[in-house]
Every structure is written in C-alpha cells, then in structure tokens.
Design a protein around this ligand. Structure first.
Ligand SMILES: Cc1ncc(COP(=O)(O)O)c(C=O)c1O
Length: 361
C-alpha cells in the first residue's frame, strides 16, 4: 500500500479532543524537537525585521547559502536550501527521477511519498539485529539490479540507530560503482556532538552520487518556520535542484534564521549540555522497566518495544502525556513507540506516569 497522506508525530489535537483534553493540557513527547525552544537570537532577529515582510525574499538565497557553505567548509554552489528538509526530499525525487529506490523499513514516511511513482524495495530492519541497517543495505545493493537511488536516514527515524562512517563509506563506494544516487538524510545528525566522525559531509568530494539532507527544524526548534538544506558536490544535481525549485519557497524569516542560528554558539552549547545529560538519563530510566525493551538512542529520541499487552499511548494520554505510536511505520507493529528526550522535569513526569501504569494503579 502506498502512503498518500503524511502521518507524523505531533498531530495529537484530534486524539486529545476525543479524550476531552485540550492540546495545552498535554505534554508532547511525540515530536522530536529541541526543548530549549526557539533561540532568543532568532526571536530578536524576527522582531527587529518585521517590516521586511513587505519585500520578497532574495530569490537565490545567496547569503543563506554562503553561511551554510562556510559552516561546512563547502562552496556556495554545493548548498541547496529548502523549505524544511521535506522540500528537498521531494526535490531530489523529482530531479533524480529514480525508478527503483531502496528505502529502510521502518523509516521517515515522506521518502515513500516523494518517490511515489518509483518501484520501492525495502531493507527490512529487524529486532533480531537491533534495527541495524548497514549489512542488509549492502546486501540489497549488491543483489538488486536497476537500483537508481538509495535513501538512508542516519540516524534512522524512528529507531535512532546509526550507520557508522566506515559502513557508509562502503555503501557509498558500492553506489558510486553502480551509478546509484545515495541520499543520506542527516536531519538529526547535529544533535550528535562531534558528528564529523559519523556524517558523510567530509566525503562529498569522493562521491559524486552522494547528496546529504540536513534540517534546521529539529535542532533549532523551528518546525513552524521550516528550513533545511541539501549538500552535494554533484554540479549537475545541484543545478537541476536549483532550476526546478519554486521561487521564494523559503520565507524571509527562515532565510534570516539560517544566517543567525549557526552563529548562536550559546544555544548550540546549551543543547549539547542538555542532550548529554538527558538522553542517557531517560534511556537509563526507561531501561529499568521490565515491560520495555529500549534501544540505545543516538540523538534526541528513544525507541522502545512494549512487552506487555497494553495501549500505552492511550494510557499515557489519559495522564496528559502523548507519545508516538510507531504502529503506522512500515515494518513495525503496534507495540513499538518513540519518545522525544525533553527537559528533566518532563522526562521525570513520563517515568512517574509509566511507574503508575505498570504497577497497575
Ligand atoms: C528523518 C527525517 N528527515 C526529515 C524530516 C523533516 O524535516 P523538516 O521538518 O525539516 O522538513 C523529518 C521529520 O520528522 C525526519 O524525521
């Protein structure tokens, strides 16, 4: 079955209403957004520039692209900005026109929607291998003929599992050999301090078929503003993406956001401090429940399997907490869930609620 409408975390309004709750009464663990919220530097920039709304954004986004390029030590021509990472997922599907595509299962659902007219084959990730992807992906690229694109979320969503740089280089070499586009979605990679040893950005020059998608939306908590970018050293691909894009798809404030946020070192440092404490705290606490099998997280969300028959999302919702059921991810069943890592007080509320639920009170 092809997915035709987006199904994501965060859309809990309706469900809340069914249980007589309002959105404001609920603690949302379903959306993987930095709990530090919109950076103060961005709020100031937006407030100071409200009058700029009377102007169209600069159509080529040269300043934005230059700032992102310098951040990654690339050239402006290697950077294609987008209205969230999602615009670039759909853009790369259009431009590559790939007719046979390898996706992970489970993974972020928009890939399946973006490549809607392609034959899609799935690297099925299983609990037996802790949802590790590399080996299966390598096998499938070797085995399948006519593959034209491979899309890998790293870390994967919702499992949080990483493909190491060494493994990804092997995958990239194989794709290069076989003229297969390799699209790596690193939307959550920036939550990993020192991610240069995992990201493939430094290898763009070695692999012309490689494109990397990144997002500002998660790390800088601006899903409502929308900003992402694609990096590639493939000039033809970059040019085609620029040619096909709709004009002004990035609004004036998102354009500004990209230029100020990469310089907000206070926010970046605070985020690393928060995640290094809270990710491990929440993982350790969740792991104490014998009812849960918890997968070790790499970034700001935690994936787990419930070992007991219970509608955990509903039980938690009745306690004012909303978590992501992963039942609608291809390859997963209804006992898989994902929670965001939030601030300590919220993480503690989740743990306390689980204690009550599992103790049967
Ligand atoms: C792996 C992955 N890529 C991209 C996105 C979308 O990012 P954006 O909001 O920037 O479009 C998501 C959103 O959940 C995601 O999980």
């Amino acid at each position: 079955m092809k997915i035709t409408t987006a199904m994501h975390g965060g859309n809990y309004n309706e469900l809340a209403k069914q249980h007589g709750l309002t959105k404001e009464m609920i603690l949302d663990f379903s959306a993987n957004i930095n709990p530090l919220g919109v950076p103060a530097s961005l709020k100031q920039t937006i407030t100071a520039n409200l009058d700029k709304l009377v102007e169209y954004p600069e159509p080529d986004y040269l300043a934005l692209r230059a700032r992102i390029a310098s951040f990654h030590q690339l050239d402006l021509a290697n950077v294609i900005p987008g209205n969230g990472a999602t615009e670039l997922i759909f853009g790369i599907a259009k431009v590559t026109k790939a007719q046979k595509v390898l996706l992970l299962a489970p993974t972020f659902a928009e890939y399946e929607r973006a490549f809607f007219d392609a034959e899609i084959i799935y690297a099925e990730l299983t609990k037996e291998t802790h949802f590790a992807a590399a080996e299966t992906v390598l096998e499938m690229i070797k085995r399948e003929t006519d593959l034209e694109a491979v899309c890998l979320c790293n870390p994967n969503n919702p499992t949080g599992q990483l493909i190491s740089q060494q493994e990804m280089i092997q995958i990239a070499e194989l794709c290069e050999e076989r003229n297969i586009y390799l699209i790596i979605d690193e939307a959550f990679m920036d939550f990993l301090e020192g991610n240069e040893t995992i990201s493939m950005i430094n290898y763009l020059g070695s692999f012309p078929h490689l494109a990397i998608i990144r997002a500002f939306t998660k790390f800088f908590a601006i899903p409502g503003l929308r900003l992402g970018y694609l990096l590639t050293k493939n000039d033809l691909l970059a040019e085609a993406l620029l040619q096909m894009r709709e004009p002004w798809s990035i609004n004036t404030f998102a354009d500004m956001a990209g230029q100020v946020l990469l310089d907000d070192t206070d926010y970046i440092t605070q985020t690393y401090n928060w995640i290094s404490a809270e990710r491990d705290f929440l993982y350790q606490e969740l792991s104490k429940f014998s009812e849960l099998t918890v997968y070790r997280p790499s970034v700001n969300y935690i994936f787990f399997h419930l070992e007991t028959p219970l509608d955990l999302r509903k039980e938690l919702l009745l306690k004012g907490i909303f978590i992501r059921s992963c039942a609608n991810y291809r390859g997963l069943t209804e006992n898989y869930y994902r929670v965001a890592v939030k601030a300590r007080c919220d993480n503690t509320k989740l743990i306390r609620a689980l204690e009550v639920i599992f103790s049967g009170n």
